[in-house]
Design a protein around this ligand. Sequence first.
Ligand code: AGP
Length: 610
Amino acid sequence: MCGIVGYLGNEETSSILFESLKRLEYRGYDSFGFATIHDNKLWITKDKGKISDVVQIKLPGSIGISHTRWSTHGPPSKINAHPHTDCKNRIALVHNGIIANYLSLRNKLKERGHIFKSETDTEVLVHLIEEYYKPEDGVKLEDAVSSALNAVEGTYAITVISALEKKIVGARKESPLVLGIGNSCFYLGSDISSFLPYTNKTIPLDDFEMVVIEPESYKITDFRTGLLKDKKITKIEWNQKESSKEGFDHFMLKEIFEQPQILKIALNICEEEISKLAETIKEADNVYITATGTSLHAAMTSEYWFSKLAKLPVRVVDSSEFEEKAVLDEKTLVIGVTQSGETYDTLRAMNYAKKNNCKLASIVNIPSSTATRISDITILQGSGMEIGVAATKTFTTQLMILLRLALKLAKNNGETVSSPTMKNERCLLSKDVGDKISEIEEQLKNVPRYIEEALTQKEKIKSITEKYCINVKNFLYIGKGINYPTALEGALKFKEITYHHAEGMPAGFLKHGTISLISDDMYTIAFVPRDDRKILSNVEEIKSRGGKIIGIVSGTAKHFDETINVPRVSDIVSPLVFAPAYQLLAYYTAVALGRDIDQPRHLAKTVTVE
Ligand code: AGP
């Protein structure tokens, strides 16, 4: 993961890099570092810890690079922090990704006399660049970088500077890097948010592209061939207010409370965009949705919507398993669901689909991210920047978009049948189903209001967490049918920010083994939509074994030790209204336990490594 920033211009670079790097801290926060050029010398500072805990960084010079790290090779430490430098202290480099063949390269470079200081895979890159770098013979930094990159295997976004040249070289393969174009200055960043307060003009780099930025110009080439690339500048519209907590204690809480507003935006995503993807789904012989983490849970929920409403079998596969599982051909549509648009596993699955000639679609929050650029069709979520590592508003937006798609397809089925020339009669919408769709559409419009109502439960949820969730360390989350993914997502939210064990599963599965765990140290959270009688039998099974249960209820059931009531809606819409309740349950438990809410340990928001 890791975040990278570079700046070349007329200002003092270290203060710009400092502010920009703080905006990338969601990508990794175990150590940080800066390198600038001044007086033909490199100036470097780095340390273990969070950049947001640092008051100021002051280095001379107006060309520099910086890095916030999420460690892969070598634990967090001052020595392992980036930038890494060559033996002669002329070159400094920061890297996001993994150099797969670093061990063999390291051994060869050691044999050639290079001295390694860190345990990182990254350090081989800077020594390899040093091997090729011969400024005295006219070999420039970018030439040495291309040669080095053509010798390494793995994934990378890098920025490199040399004390001998007034430039920054950046390049990428399977890790994100974007160029920002300002007034007489340039930026490089892992994403646009790093430089958005300074410029909204950007060029995202694609794989195998290298950019050289100099005081008056920039040049993008393919580093494998040296050929010049002609790339268009994109202007990004983004609201800067999003990077402030606006009075909330944490970004996560702010983002939970933003959901009514953000879902109104999702309801207004234009019908044409939804119809276009719905049509593409309809035309495909097979449809896969691939995603991971919270986005996978949104996709899994939609699997029920597509089958229940549109009678359409859609296969949902965790993107880290996709290559092992998917059977693809040119009539297959693969939809990637990814908030960031940069998750390594999801991009890999999407690229695999592309190689197999599938049509590619995506539902993505970050505009111009890699997923949007490799897709044939994209629906942009419009959730705004999500800074808390735990996904909240981006998840409910994904749900909203996927439900709109399923409803569109369900209605299309009805329209199909009303045309006598069409043969797809098994999809005829019966009056029952037709009425149900109108009811769901009506409820969907009201989801922002339902969520607002669910959020009014916050004090009650807080008191429940204080009574039940702080001293107990194990939780089962159970749901049935469409709320099985709700149980998975509730458990994931709880685990990632409280560090307590939580396990989501289908309610019916519990009695096939897991029920043996019910005890004073294993409580259950049950999701109960309005019509669900069956889950209440599972609840009774737990109660009769002395288990404590918190019910999150969209109806009137009262079988629990504690009940969190959310608005009464149909089963189909219930995953949306349950979300704020379990998000707040995780949030208040983590607050009471004194956890780092927005940057939980060991995690990063965008996982750009395998
Ligand atoms: C969820 O709270 C996590 N941040 C994580 O599971 C996340 O959903 C996953 O890494 C996928 O991210 P993406 O949506 O950006 O692809």
